[in-house]
Design a protein around this ligand. Structure first.
Ligand code: SAH
Ligand code: SF4
Length: 342
């Protein structure tokens, strides 16, 4: 199996080159791309406008699926957690969240994560490996097969397992396929990538694609942030926010700052005021995320009154501050509840 060429790991441009290399006419690449991404077909035999010979040859030399959707868990609120099995037996999770007209797929970028944020279950489980571009893209292809006839994935968020910017090359390649007209054809405006704040890669990404950026801030002072997010020792708050100020954003685009609310840790009125000060002058949106628990967690979710007060302080300072409803908590599919070892 492993010596087969994985076609979903090719960007459309790479696929064109490969088609040349295997001495097929150039239009074969177009045909393949149409079957792979518009028709979402996984079986070469179903690609009826390819010659029988070429279909047989493809079966011997190439493969399409990069993962298998092994299980779908549906929460009472309609959120679906997708359990994917990779070819080496590792597992990752994705989440489908329906909200009004929107259907958002939350994708993973790594098996596990090496950043060890104290509040995150994925972080607790440790890092196993990076996903390939094909494995990133195939989460979308496999999820699409699960949809009802009237459903369509409208938005993508890189907020599943892993730190997307720590798997930069594969995530960029995945994005190329996701965005390409002859790939999955998503608009960059419908894609949000969440990062723990890897400054050099944030700059590199913003020069490549105008996707939306969400930065996991979670504290308004270095002492607290370093305590809950070890990455803060490498990229402290002032450097991170300076980098955010320098990013070239498309017109009217803002950076989302995610702020996890941990009871008694970072949820006081003083913290809210500090956060307001810190983000002054930035084109910012604040997304407050009440902590989602799991067995053995060392943190608590603040009371609803606390959460509302925190939000009000920011709104008084004229920030857009929303509270992220934790969807999928009943099936352990909410933010921070994804894991790969079972
Ligand atoms: N590695 C990236 C993206 C994946 S995590 C990042 O950290 O930004 C997506 C979001 O879920 C992040 O903001 C993360 O901090 C948050 N999160 C992690 N654990 C959580 C928990 N237990 N409850 C609520 N949100 C959590
Ligand atoms: Fe990794 Fe993000 Fe979890 Fe931190 S919050 S451990 S960066 S997945």
């Amino acid at each position: 199996m492993s010596d087969l060429v994985s076609l979903k790991d090719f960007t459309p441009a790479d696929l064109e080159l490969w088609v040349q290399e295997v001495e097929q006419p150039a239009y074969r690449a177009k045909q393949l791309l149409k079957w792979m991404y518009s028709q979402n077909v996984e079986d070469f035999q179903a690609m009826t406008d390819l010659s029988k010979d070429f279909r047989g040859w493809l079966e011997q030399h190439a493969r399409l699926p990069c993962l298998m959707l092994e299980e779908v868990l549906t929460d009472e609120d309609g959120t679906r957690k997708l359990l994917f099995r990779l070819q080496d037996g590792e597992y990752i999770e994705g989440v489908l969240i329906a909200e009004g007209q929107r259907l958002t797929l939350c994708v993973s970028s790594q098996v596990g994560c090496a950043f060890g944020c104290r509040f995150c279950l994925t972080g607790q489980a440790g890092y196993s490996r990076d996903l390939t571009a094909g494995e990133i893209v195939d989460q979308i292809c496999a999820a699409r097969r699960e949809l009802g006839p009237d459903e369509r994935i409208t938005n993508l968020v890189f907020m599943g397992m892993g730190e997307p910017l720590a798997n930069f090359e594969q995530v960029v390649k995945g994005l190329e396929i996701i965005i390409a007209d002859n790939g999955l054809n998503f608009s960059t405006r419908k894609i949000t990538l969440s990062t723990v704040g890897l400054i050099p890669e944030m700059h590199r990404l913003s020069r490549l694609f105008p996707v939306k950026l969400a930065v996991s801030l979670h504290a308004a002072d270095n002492e607290t942030r370093s305590r809950i997010m070890p990455i803060n020792r490498r990229y402290p708050l002032e450097e991170l926010l300076e980098a955010c100020r320098q990013l070239e954003l498309p017109r009217r685009q803002r950076i989302t700052f995610e702020y996890l609310l941990l009871g008694g840790v970072n949820d006081s009125a003083a913290d809210a005021r500090k956060l307001g000060k810190l983000l002054r002058g930035l084109r910012a949106k604040i997304n407050l995320i009440p902590f989602n628990g799991y067995p053995g967690a060392a943190f608590n979710r603040p009371s609803p009154t606390r959460i509302a007060e925190f939000q009000e302080i920011l709104q008084e300072k004229h920030y857009t501050a929303t509270i992220r409803q934790s969807r999928g908590a009943g099936i352990m599919a909410a933010c921070g509840q994804l894991r790969h070892n079972r």
